[in-house]
Design a protein around this ligand. Structure first.
Ligand code: AMP
Ligand code: GLY
Length: 427
């Protein structure tokens, strides 16, 4: 590296990593950006390298050989499996942006997260953790709840481990099925939760373990169909800011949730470093934690990054020094909306390798790639269910949305589908 510039390796291959790469690439403090494995979009902002984020030895070797200064971990799997601890022990002088294995349990184990919140009086739904040993207690707990019933696999289940069921008998049957391995080992413990009625939002912070910076608040839209109907997906779009996350609400989020979480982690002797994603439910003006994630959200990052005006690299570099607290985060006051273009059939079976056209004609939006690859003849091809995230700014949410729709008119691939009502439930 040159005196004041750094080399960064970003792990991941989705829309979130494309938005992070877009943001990092704008920094004058960046010497080189590598993305592993990346996609056709991230290749515009840096060098894609064929590494498996779960192969820690391979990642460590690459960091050593290429004198990487900073590793940013995009998704939860490597963090929950302990990539931060591994790199700390195997690569000298590498700064890892992401919590260690202990802290990543906030996402990796719902039972751990629930116990942590209970201990630190952080508002969340009432719950009971159930294993094969206390199945009867679990069945009785279900009987005491009102429908709908919320069952969560304790461990990571690729976003599929949460069931919300209206019928009590069905909920009991599902509890038994989960304990018998419906989600493999991830559901050997099941968290039964009280159902919270309200509206959700995603709050993001970046922390050095002591202090924190609030990033723009966003809301994502997970269902495949308009009006939030149909199957769950990895996310069909997002909006930032969120109208109900006003100053009064965010004051409660800071004092009741963010600060006790960061302080609570200090109390374990293992400070949390990296991004924290608080999935919150607004219940009549009071925030409750639905889930913690130990990384940024997707597709929220595709609206959060565009709203950060200040350089991200100095902020990340300041982690670990006293400069972090005084490094500013400047937020763009405009709205950002992203609309996800997905493959027909998704989230069930869908076809890949469809030719994508028209991206060159998009002028008023930023197109982040989620599931794309470069074909042998240089053509851009679909390679996943979620293909492109089309992000636009606007002085209002509707203006931003209209801009994305105008841009989408230029883009085409066979059986392309998207929702036209992103942000419909917000003012
Ligand atoms: P998760 O995988 O934890 O994000 O859960 C998936 C979705 O289930 C959340 O985004 C919520 O929409 C919903 N959900 C989870 N827990 C609850 C709860 N206790 N009450 C109501 N909805 C919930
Ligand atoms: N958008 C939700 C997530 O990233 O988990």
């Amino acid at each position: 590296m040159t005196e004041d510039k750094i080399k960064i390796l970003l792990l991941g291959s989705g829309g979130r990593e494309c938005a992070l790469a877009w943001k990092l690439a704008q920094s004058p403090e960046l010497d080189q950006l590598f993305i592993a494995p990346g996609n056709a979009g991230t290749a515009q902002y840096g060098t894609n390298v064929a590494l498996n984020p779960m192969d820690f030895e391979q990642v460590a070797q690459f960091c050593t050989e290429n004198r990487v200064d900073m590793l940013i971990v995009g998704s939860e799997d490597p963090l929950v499996a302990g990539i931060t601890d591994y790199m700390d022990n195997h690569v000298q002088g590498l700064k890892v942006i992401g919590p260690n294995k202990y802290c990543a349990q906030l996402e990796g184990s719902k039972d751990f997260a629930k116990q942590f919140m209970q201990k630190h009086h952080i508002p969340t739904a009432a719950h009971l953790s159930v294993t094969a040993q206390n199945l009867d207690e679990g069945l009785r707990f279900l009987e005491q709840q009102q429908a709908p019933y919320v069952l969560k696999a304790d461990g990571l289940a690729a976003g599929k481990g949460v069931l919300i069921i209206n019928d009590l008998d069905e909920a009991k049957a599902e509890l038994r099925a989960m304990l018998k391995g419906k989600f493999g080992n991830a559901s050997a413990t099941v968290v039964i939760e009280q159902f919270l009625k309200g509206i959700e939002c995603s709050v993001f912070v970046i922390t050095d373990g002591k202090t924190y910076k609030l990033l723009p608040v966003a809301k994502d839209y997970k269902r495949i169909g308009e009006n939030d109907e149909g199957l769950n997906t990895g996310g069909m779009g997002a909006v930032s800011p969120v109208s109900f996350a006003d100053e009064a609400f965010m004051d409660k989020v800071r004092t009741r949730i963010i600060e006790p979480t960061i302080e609570g982690m200090q109390g374990t002797g293992s400070a949390y470093v990296g991004f924290i994603f608080f999935g919150l439910m607004n219940v009549n003006g009071d925030p409750y934690v639905i889930e913690y994630n130990c990384r940024m959200g997707d597709p929220e990052t595709e609206v959060v990054m565009p709203r950060i005006k200040s350089d991200l690299v100095p902020l990340l570099r300041a982690i670990g020094s006293s400069a972090f607290g005084s490094t500013p985060v400047v937020i763009d006051p405009r709205y950002a909306v992203t609309v996800m273009l997905v493959s027909g059939g998704y989230p069930q079976s869908y076809e890949k390798n469809k030719v994508i056209t028209g991206l060159d004609e998009v002028e008023d939006s930023i197109v982040f790639h989620a599931g794309t690859k470069c074909g042998e003849d240089g053509k851009l091809l679909t390679s996943g269910g979620r293909v492109l995230a089309v992000t636009s700014y606007g002085d209002t949410k509707d203006e931003a949305l209209a801009r994305s729709f105008e841009s989408i008119k230029h883009i085409n691939f066979d059986k392309m589908y998207y929702r036209r009502d992103i942000g419909f439930d917000l003012k």
